[in-house]
Design a protein around this ligand. Sequence first.
Ligand code: NPG
Length: 368
Amino acid sequence: MRLESVELIRVKMPLVRPFRTSFGEQTVRDVLLVNAYTGDGHGWGECVAQVDPFYSEEFIDGAQMVLETWLIPQVLAQQSVVAEDVPELLKNIKGHRSAKAALEMAILDAQLRARGHSLSRYLGGVRDTVEVGVSVGITNSVDELLDVVAGYVADGYTRVKLKIEPGWDVEPVRAVRARFNDLRLQVDANTAYRVGDIEHLKKLDEFGLLLIEQPFEEDDLATHALFAQQISTAVCLDESIVSTRSTEVAIDAGACSIVNIKVGRVGGLIESRKIHDLCVSRGVDVWCGGMLESGVGRAANVALASMSGFTLPGDISASNRYFAQDITEPFELVGSCLKVPTGPGLGVTVDQEMLASLGAVRTHITGR
Ligand code: NPG
């Protein structure tokens, strides 16, 4: 397959509700889409980098720049390319995993659309529907949190993730657990704690949580391992997991018993599949994380989560949890599940009129 040109599309999608984490608040999702035009047709990818480098070192303007200046020209220079070549082709460029993931996704989508195969089938998915959860940001009060959670429970979600940070942890979790006895509950700290907080965090053991996600800094496997020995709740890693190798090191160190896989954070769907396979072979449960994706990235997440090792519900909510209107056909909750697309490639269609009405800005890179 020859890559002819790539179009980068930037579009701002307002979120239906502000999303607050320990690293900031978001009200609008600044989406970067990648459209790969090949000799065999075109395909879509989505870059999950955020506006600010607060979740990871990547940020959306930097991702666009590295795509335009290095990643896309390097692939355009090839006579022929398939998605499986992309990780190796881009290996000389350090980091920038979510930018690489978006380009790989677009090329893979084009390839699969041309073959008529769905992404789920390509990845070896085993499910038609995937169980999903919802991630709830930090709110101004515990009462407000209870109202937000009640709304999601009424929508059908049976697994809720609460964002925590120092000063917003044991009490909000206690209140949610007291009101929603049967709810599957987990917490995510996005690296907000330090080794001295271990005694305090151990109090979370009494709430029957599914897991505690990334309490400590991403390069601090030692503190995660120490914590895992002292708490009965499962420790899950997100930010620390950036490759198959880092996953192996984390498992060997005893730093986690559960792994969150995010396509952007690990550099693509092909690396995601490798991490999944490693975790399955090591008896480690995995689940699919989310980065407030549009329908394009969500389609990839749903396909990934259809693989056998994804035994826990993902942070892949229905489109209406994020946006009043998505840029693809919406993903809707059926019970507490989303349907896995069966059409070719990502299996969704991007609404070009919707992109235009949102004021999408396009950059076309031909390279030749
Ligand atoms: O449903 O897509 C979603 C959001 C899930 O909480 C979620 N994502 O730290 O995992 C996270 C968090 C996040 C969102 C991180 C946006 C970075 C950016």
